[in-house]
Design a protein around this ligand. Sequence first.
Ligand code: SAH
Length: 381
Amino acid sequence: MPVLNDRADSSMPGGEDNSVMIGSADFGLPGGEKIRGLLHKLSEGYHPSEQEWRFLIAGEYDRNLLYTKADEMRRKQYGTDIYIRGLIEISSYCKNDCLYCGIRRSNSHAQRYRLSKEDILSCCEQGYGLGFRTFVLQGGEDAYYTTKQVAGIVQSIKERYPDCAVTLSLGERERTDYEVWYKAGADRYLLRHETASKEHYQKLHPPGITYEHRMQCLRDLKQIGYQTGCGFMVGSPFQGTEELIADMKFLQEFRPHMVGIGPFIPHYDTPFREYAQGSLTQTLTMIALTRLVLPKTLIPATTALGTIHPQGRELGLQAGANVVMPNLSPPAVRGQYSLYDNKRCTGDEAAEGLEELKQCVAAIGYQIVVDKGDSRMKTDV
Ligand code: SAH
């Protein structure tokens, strides 16, 4: 298998490694031996100490050892199959004001649109023809779509495509909404926790949007029976190694079916416009550690990762990710769902570019499959 070796952050446009490096000397063992032992224990369900986590996340060791171990684990659990999800961005209206996000309410420059049920169904029709068997409906928190309307959309998709999974990613709603949508046929829900540190969460969100509520939503979703996805940005403002340790501990405890991990990328119309983007190496490190801690979880190589480095997505797959989510929104609105600067939505990030994507994936030894791609994790609530 050809391995992409372009892993140095210095090679990425405008990127620097902003991670804190911690020496391996503290462990009194040559870096290689220590890390091999630790990675092996991690893949067997071990809960590392704070100090060990600090080393795994920010220590100075050969990251290729980590990526290789994660890739081995992915092959053991899922082989070389890569699942694809058609991402339909249904609305760029949002009532929230998350400080990092380009479609936040106070961004008066954001272009707003909503897709109708017919628009969404025609995206699915196109996607089905291309080989997608999962449709992800994502959007800002837009009260325009009532509980009933969303249920109606989910039901119609499931009626027309009974062999497909529907994933929702519509933010925080009432538990009863989640229940109605689950009964209507929704299979999965993505709600990134964004950060597992309450203090950090408050620095990324305005007052009124609480850490407790987001975590409650995640617990509700899992209890209701959804295959539940959480996740976080890497390199978001005020994030350091301690916050990333909290994220890993949270993943080990919550055991989600899916984990979305991507670098933070500033958006010029948000209060975080001046902050640096997350680093490639740190993002790959977190993906690989997640694969070792949760062998059966589904991990996408995110669009954000593909945005900060030309081979970001392939590198993500080689570090343990096994899902890609090409954009299936109507081309006319794609540019308007602008979460961060330069978000990629053309070429092989677009559903129509699937052939190109297949070739990229095949070149590194994996294959795109036509499959619902359910998580193999057991639901333990
Ligand atoms: N309203 C939905 C969907 C949010 S957008 C929800 O609340 O879940 C999906 C994800 O994009 C977010 O969860 C966030 O992690 C990510 N995102 C938003 N702004 C970003 C930025 N500037 N850089 C990188 N990722 C970002």
